[in-house]
Design a protein around this ligand. Structure first.
Ligand code: P53
Length: 476
């Protein structure tokens, strides 16, 4: 007997900009992902002012899924996927973001992709905004700083809901909307198209853009449900449980504040209202935010149907000697190595039990179905002389996480819709722009310098995951 329910969705997750390529094909506009150069392990990607000659932009070609999806979907079907999470590149539909009429060629591409998936019995799971807003909106409107972007986004959402309502049942609004809570430059850009100015208070910017995005999400939920009530529209948050470094109550409080600060986005998505601590904090700091009474009604009326989440790792935190009374906690404060855990080559601590912990915690807080829409470990792979790729580290990571999610469902009664490990096929890393930070079951012959045939081949993990799916998670 499987511990997981019948109909549990087994999939793989990607984002349009990380695999499609075809960055100017069929009328596509320039997205924020198109102006980010390749970095390396420990080396940040550069954000350039538009597309500049001589720079290496890994997302422009990516793995050329745009032209090869048919062959790739056949591999997904062989793997046995029952769902496939991708995003719609906003710039294929509205190249600049502020047009009224959509680009038909872009709409047609996703029609064909979704048809192909459905013909293989694979349910598409679609994110509306995954780090790829039109760059034009950054230049002209300052990204999500501008209230008018809410209307551009909801027009995009309405257009694709209308078009794909009979093909796509599961949607999510903003990918990892809470990433920007760390106030780092990279996340501000990828989440919100924001380039901070020297005289700006990053916290004020965070609360303003986050608010506009939450309003846009709530409107999208209402629009989607009005178009077709059968559509399930969720939010998507990065889950990174953070433990107190010790039993010192001050560390415990510090860790709790991290959770509050990290999950206020999902609080609003799910509850339709801001948590008290944050209302108080914002008022005391006198941020003077543009939050209207009509916005608050929108938030209350557009709550999500489920919670999509990514889970990669956990952190630990210690309070400083003198915390101020109104202390805040950000990801940069995750300052303690956890001696119980080992980290990946990219320094992400591997913590399978943290997944079971998080699924319980989110269930208790939100009482909604959960969907793990990203999980995995980036690692370099070696192709043997005979073409085989042995990746036991990947199998080990995923196996230990699936064991824990099965316990959460079977022992703890968590309502879990499905599991889509990140990067079912190798793709461009969001964080570093590398190809060699690989997540796939399917290898893509391309290196960090952009060299390679783009040929696909199956890793050992492909056959392992195939068996996992075939046995509904019984044979790990
Ligand atoms: P890469 C940071 C922390 C947690 C999740 O990340 C993150 C990031 C961004 O690096 O992003 C998600 O490619 C994101 C995907 C991304 C994936 O995790 O940096 O939703 O787009 O590719 C893995 O190794």
């Amino acid at each position: 007997m499987s511990k997981l329910p019948k109909g549990f969705l087994w999939g793989g997750a990607v984002a349009a900009h990380q695999l499609e390529g075809g960055s100017d094909a069929d009328g596509k506009g320039v997205s924020i992902a198109d102006v980010m150069t390749a970095g390396a392990n420990g080396v940040d990607r550069k954000i350039t002012d538009g597309v500049c000659p001589g720079e290496n932009y890994p997302n422009h070609e990516a793995i050329d899924f745009y032209h090869r999806y048919h062959e790739d979907v056949a591999l997904f079907a062989e793997l046995g996927l029952t769902c496939f999470r991708t995003s719609i590149a906003w710039t294929r539909i509205f190249p600049n973001g502020d047009e009224t009429t959509p680009n038909e060629a872009g709409l047609k591409f996703y029609d064909d992709l979704f048809d192909d998936l459905l013909a293989h019995g694979i349910e598409p799971v679609v994110t509306l905004s995954h780090f790829e807003m039109p760059y034009h909106l950054v230049k002209v409107y300052g990204g999500w700083r501008d209230r008018r972007v809410i209307d551009f986004f909801t027009h995009f959402a309405a257009t694709v809901f209308e078009r794909y309502q009979h093909k796509v049942k599961y949607w999510m609004t903003f990918n990892e909307i809470n990433n920007q809570n760390g106030l780092n430059k990279w996340a501000f850009f990828t989440n919100s198209g924001v380039l901070l100015k020297a005289d700006e208070d990053p916290e004020k910017v965070l609360y303003q853009v986050g608010h506009y995005e939450l309003v846009a999400s709530a409107k999208a939920v209402q629009i989607g449900h009005a178009i077709n009530p059968a559509m399930q529209i969720g939010c998507m948050i990065a889950v990174w449980p953070t433990y107190p470094a010790s039993s010192d109550p001050r560390d415990v409080l510090k860790a709790e504040r991290f959770a509050q600060a990290n999950y206020w986005f999902s609080d609003v998505h799910v509850w339709g209202t801001y948590p008290n601590w944050l209302k108080r904090y914002q008022a005391k700091q006198q941020f003077d935010l543009d939050i209207t009474a009509a916005d608050l009604e929108t938030l209350a009326a557009g709550t999500v149907d489920y919670i999509g989440l990514s889970y990669y790792a956990s952190g630990a935190i210690k309070a400083a000697a003198n915390e101020p009374a109104n202390f805040m906690t950000r990801s940069a404060d995750l300052n303690v190595d956890n001696p119980h855990l080992q980290a990946t080559e990219w320094g992400w601590p591997i913590d399978p039990v943290g997944l079971r912990y998080s699924l319980n915690w989110l269930t208790d807080r939100y009482h909604l179905p959960l969907f793990i829409v990203e999980n995995g470990m980036g690692a370099p792979d070696k192709v043997e002389a005979d073409g085989q790729i042995h990746d036991p580290y990947r199998v080990d990571y995923l196996k230990r996480h699936i064991e824990q999610l099965a316990l959460a469902v079977d022992e703890d009664g968590v309502d879990l819709m499905g599991y889509t490990p990140w990067g079912v096929i190798d793709l461009v890393s969001a964080g570093t722009g590398q190809m060699e930070k690989r997540y796939g079951f399917i290898y893509v012959d391309k290196d960090d310098q952009g060299r390679g045939t783009l040929d696909r081949s199956k890793k050992d993990s492909f056959y392992w995951y195939q068996k996992v799916i075939a046995t509904n998670g019984e044979q790990l």
